[in-house]
Design a protein around this ligand. Structure first.
Ligand code: ASP
Ligand code: MG
Length: 414
């Protein structure tokens, strides 16, 4: 009997009516002769609300207690969903993360899974029950409740699918799948039927917030077949597998040698920082960026300008939400290395094109730059990898950039 793991996000279980709908879908899957394990998130914005209560009490709540609090959200969903299944005559049982020994490290609010004891789940499946597991939570060796970071239910689902060797892991969400671009910004954006893990990883890290990044990494590592599907319709969604398959003999839509860009994404949560007139000598970059790393600030793109009279400008980007935290540290570094000063801007954004087919197509970057140039959009920074090219541009130009790139690479419906 094939085993399917289904994960339903918070918006899919936001109220009792929605929970009943989920129960119907779960029952249908079981009726087809599958063993089913269901992972659910907390209803709607429960997690946000719980967090804001904590911050109403103190600006620095204990992380252990935050986990204790947040883990209650998912417990609401598992119990209600299981009751809904019972009322449909579908045998089912719910478990919290600790009950099925989702063992994690002790890093409260961002714990990593070490192992899962699947015995209890397998026993219940054997009895013909649907097993409903709380997402996002586990237990440490010290027997403390932990959580896996925001969006962590995806990771619970993939980890369960890997441990139970499930045939597939279905992620039900409030979007219809993965698109060639944000459909709210690009009306002609099209749903992708298939996409590779690598492309999905680039898309999620570039701001397409459909799944928690970690969960896609995990799926890739254990070769878990992922299927992102809408929970409110029966549409097919997007399959995420090892590589994007093209039926044998079929020509790509845009000709055999056309570069395969699968999507255009953007991220407005970006800030650019420039340390001006830095003495240009060996070891300076290492000093700057190890200090920033110690503050736990993620640096994305880095540019060092050509050296002029032994001085150079070092620019880099961080998440916009990190700027406040980053600036004092960076100003201090600048003083210490005797740089002239620090400038920063939040009015920047990153647009990126993604696709495995770019690996062997050297002309793609040039085509991206000339497309932006034609629209009069200034590129402030560039970074490339085998399957993605990103440009930092002014935040006001994002919509224009995304739309023209989408068109330039022949994506979406024409
Ligand atoms: N409820 C948690 C959150 O809001 C986990 C999840 O939804 O995946 O982040
Ligand atoms: Mg989510």
């Amino acid at each position: 009997m094939p085993l399917i793991v289904q994960k339903y996000g918070g918006s899919s279980v936001a109220d009792v009516g929605k929970i009943k709908n989920v129960a119907k879908r779960v029952k249908r899957t079981a009726k087809k002769g599958n063993k089913v394990v269901v992972v659910v998130s907390a209803p709607g914005d429960t997690t946000d609300r719980l967090l804001s209560s904590a911050y109403e009490i103190t600006a620095h709540p204990s992380e252990r207690e935050v986990d204790m609090l947040l883990a209650t959200g998912e417990q609401i969903s598992i119990s209600l969903l299981t009751m809904a299944l019972h009322s449909l005559g579908c045998p089912a049982i719910s478990f919290t993360g600790p009950q099925v020994r989702i063992l994690t490290d002790m890093a409260h609010t961002k714990a990593r899974i070490l192992s899962i004891d699947t015995e209890r789940i397998k026993d219940e499946l054997k009895k013909g029950k649907v097993v409903v597991v709380a997402g996002f939570q586990g237990i440490s060796r010290e027997e403390d409740i932990t959580t896996l970071g925001r969006g962590g239910s995806d990771t619970t689902a993939v980890a369960l699918a890997a441990s139970l060797k499930a045939a597939s892991c279905e992620i039900y969400t409030d979007v219809e799948g993965i698109y060639t671009a944000d459909p709210r910004m690009v009306p002609s954006a099209e749903r992708l039927k298939k996409i590779s893990y690598d492309e999905m990883l680039e898309l999620s890290s570039l701001g397409a917030k459909v799944m928690q990044l970690r969960s896609v990494e995990l799926a890739k590592r254990y070769n878990v077949k992922l299927h992102v599907r809408p929970s409110f319709t029966n549409k097919e969604g997007t399959m995420i597998t090892k590589k994007r398959l093209r039926p044998r003999g079929a020509l790509p839509r845009r000709g055999l040698e056309a570069p395969e860009v699968c999507g255009v994404t953007y991220d407005k949560n970006q800030a650019k920082i420039t340390i001006q007139s830095v003495p240009d000598r060996p070891g300076i970059a290492s000093v700057i960026f190890s200090k920033i790393a110690k503050k736990n600030i993620n640096v994305d793109m880095i540019i060092q300008s050509a050296s002029l009279k032994g001085l150079t400008d070092v620019s880099f980007t961080v998440a916009g939400t990190d700027l406040k935290k980053a600036l004092p540290a960076i100003k201090e570094i600048a003083r210490r290395i005797k740089a002239r000063g620090v400038a920063s801007s939040k009015e920047v954004a990153k647009v990126s094109i993604v696709g495995v087919g770019m690996r062997s197509h050297p002309g793609v970057a040039a085509r991206m730059f000339s497309c932006l140039a034609k629209k009069g959009i200034n590129i402030e920074m560039i970074s490339t990898s085998e399957i993605k090219i990103s440009c930092v541009i002014g935040e006001k130009e994002v919509k224009k950039a995304v739309r023209s790139l989408h068109k330039e690479f022949g994506l979406g419906r024409s």
